[in-house]
Design a protein around this ligand. Structure first.
Ligand SMILES: *[C@@H]1O[C@H](CO)[C@@H](O)[C@H](O)[C@H]1NC(C)=O
Ligand SMILES: *[C@@H]1O[C@H](CO)[C@@H](O)[C@H](O)[C@H]1NC(C)=O
Ligand SMILES: *[C@@H]1O[C@H](CO)[C@@H](O)[C@H](O)[C@H]1NC(C)=O
Ligand SMILES: *[C@@H]1O[C@H](CO)[C@@H](O)[C@H](O)[C@H]1NC(C)=O
Length: 466
């Protein structure tokens, strides 16, 4: 569960360098945008996103309904790629970043690794930006498909709900996946059978909604490349002083805009329109009632997975070593949540590479020096262990990090059947002779709703220490 905290962290990725040409890193998307901006200095942000979409020839009657026709005769202005970046296949890259699909081998395309360690689909993000720029937003009307939600999220979510409504093969949503390399990512392999709306597609859609909504209220939008840098590169600001509009808060920001009732209406309205315009075979023979019920059945999974639960960075993303030996499966739901601090590292990491490095160092210490099976913040079979990275003897973790654990992570675990609803929270020091989780943090958690004293003291945890 520790990696849950990693999502709060951000990074400034180094150079993607020569090796990084045509890698699927967000920084390469920014390079492609900059190239388009430099060769079309007269275009504003809306002109640039439309030029990119036109370069990729990413258009259909559903998109035209909401965003209008792209200019005839190809891109409105040329990208002089040969002069600006000789080794860069601009058209190929832009077409690839818009073309979202999952191959037969389980590789997801049209997605990029972002500096916060999550993966996001480019097309729905840029479509959301375009929809947001196209109009100043009033309150969205119920039952009428809203361009911002339709072109990003609503139609794709709806199709995934309908397609997988009775499927044993895959969930209606997800999964996440693993990149082949964090410095020059090219190959993103999904970790299970794919739904139509994967984690990356939902991330891109949420980015599109959040950025599009923001831009619809913005008098004087910056350059697109600038916006993407601000949103994805938070320059290692401490969590509580970071601006709200950044990618590692995408779930919270999305949750402030949308709710289940509104999404239900939007998805049904988008799907009905899509069926009318595109005649999708999947929707043939489904009357409105069947369509509505597929959406009503699917939506709670979306709300749980992406609006209640925090993003969890999979082990492959921080470069975890395998578990040593054979793990014993937990008997769920568990009854306890144990709070730790790491003590060392003594400061919270603020960028993804730093967090990933810290995770690897802690795992190495626990496996090699202490001889444990894996990274060890667990009173193993009885409860989940959550460790805040840092030394909280004299200071508290970031408010945002504490709220994430106290509110979202616990709700996620209870709703997901992993933790009983009357679970109790303990500090590590209540179970063994240790100062963990630090005096200051321990005092803080004694005020949390689920905190309980331990009476009498259960058998000591053999995994003592911080
Ligand atoms: C991508 O990775 C998968 C799994 O590691 C591998 O099977 C596949 O061949 C790779 N594809 C490419 C194009 O490198
Ligand atoms: C749900 O979201 C919509 C769209 O943002 C908003 O108009 C409505 O007031 C929200 N309803 C609730 C109960 O929050
Ligand atoms: C939690 O609820 C269950 C069943 O409702 C009960 O058996 C158990 O004693 C409760 N645990 C605590 C710690 O209150
Ligand atoms: C707890 O640990 C401290 C420091 O290691 C030690 O001084 C103390 O005697 C221990 N207390 C008990 C009850 O074992």
């Amino acid at each position: 569960m520790i990696p849950a905290l990693l999502v709060l962290c951000s990074l400034c990725v180094g150079v993607h360098g020569e090796e990084g040409l045509l890698s699927w890193h967000l920084d390469d998307v920014i390079r492609a945008v900059e190239l388009t901006e430099r060769s079309n200095p007269g275009l504003d942000m809306l002109g640039i996103v439309r030029t990119l979409r036109s370069t990729a020839n990413h258009d259909d009657s559903f998109l035209r309904h909401f965003l209008g026709p792209l200019p005839d005769g190809g891109p409105p202005a040329r990208t002089d790629e040969a002069t600006l970046a000789p080794a860069w296949d601009h058209t190929g890259f832009v077409a690839g970043m818009f073309r979202h699909r999952v191959t037969a081998g389980g590789q997801e395309e049209g997605v990029v690794l972002t500096p916060d360690g999550t993966t996001t689909a480019v097309a729905p993000m840029l479509l959301g930006i375009e929809a947001g720029l196209q109009r100043k937003r009033g309150a969205p009307e119920s039952g009428i498909p809203d361009a911002l939600y339709s072109v990003t999220l609503a139609k794709d979510l709806g199709l995934s709900f309908v397609r997988f409504s009775n499927s044993q093969l895959a969930g209606r949503l997800g999964p996440d996946g693993c990149w082949d390399s964090l410095t020059a990512p090219r190959n993103f392999t999904l970790s299970g059978p794919p739904a139509l709306a994967t984690d990356a597609l939902v991330n891109g859609a949420m980015d599109g909604v959040v950025l599009g909504d923001h831009l619809s209220r913005e008098e004087d939008p910056p350059k697109l490349s600038q916006l993407l840098k601000l949103y994805f590169h938070h320059n290692g600001l401490a969590l509580d002083s970071a601006p709200r509009l950044q990618s590692n808060f995408r779930r919270g920001n999305f949750g402030k805009l949308a709710n289940a009732t509104f999404l239900q209406e939007q998805i049904v309205a988008s799907l009905s329109l899509y069926r009318g315009l595109m005649g999708d075979a999947l929707l043939e023979g489904l009357d409105s009632a069947a369509l509505e019920s597929a959406v009503r059945e699917g939506l709670p999974e979306f709300v749980h997975r992406y609006m209640v639960c925090p993003a969890i960075i999979p082990r492959c993303m921080w470069g975890a070593e395998p578990y040593r030996g054979t793990p014993t499966p937990l008997v769920l739901p568990l009854s306890f949540l144990y709070i730790h601090h790491t003590y060392g590292p003594s400061l919270p990491c603020l960028t993804f590479p730093d967090c990933a490095r810290d995770m690897r160092a802690m795992q190495r210490f626990h496996q090699d020096d202490r001889g444990w099976d894996d990274i060890g913040y667990r009173h193993n079979s009885l409860g989940y262990g959550v460790s805040f990275i840092g030394d909280y003897t004299a200071t508290l973790p970031a408010r945002r990090a504490m709220a994430l654990v106290r509110e979202r992570l616990t709700q996620c675990a209870v709703d997901g059947g992993r933790l009983v609803s009357n679970f109790t929270i303990h500090g590590h020091r209540q179970l063994v002779n240790t100062s963990c989780p630090g005096d200051k943090l321990y005092t803080e958690i004694t005020g949390w709703e689920h905190f309980r004293e331990v009476q009498p003291k259960p058998p000591g945890d053999s995994r003592a220490g911080n």
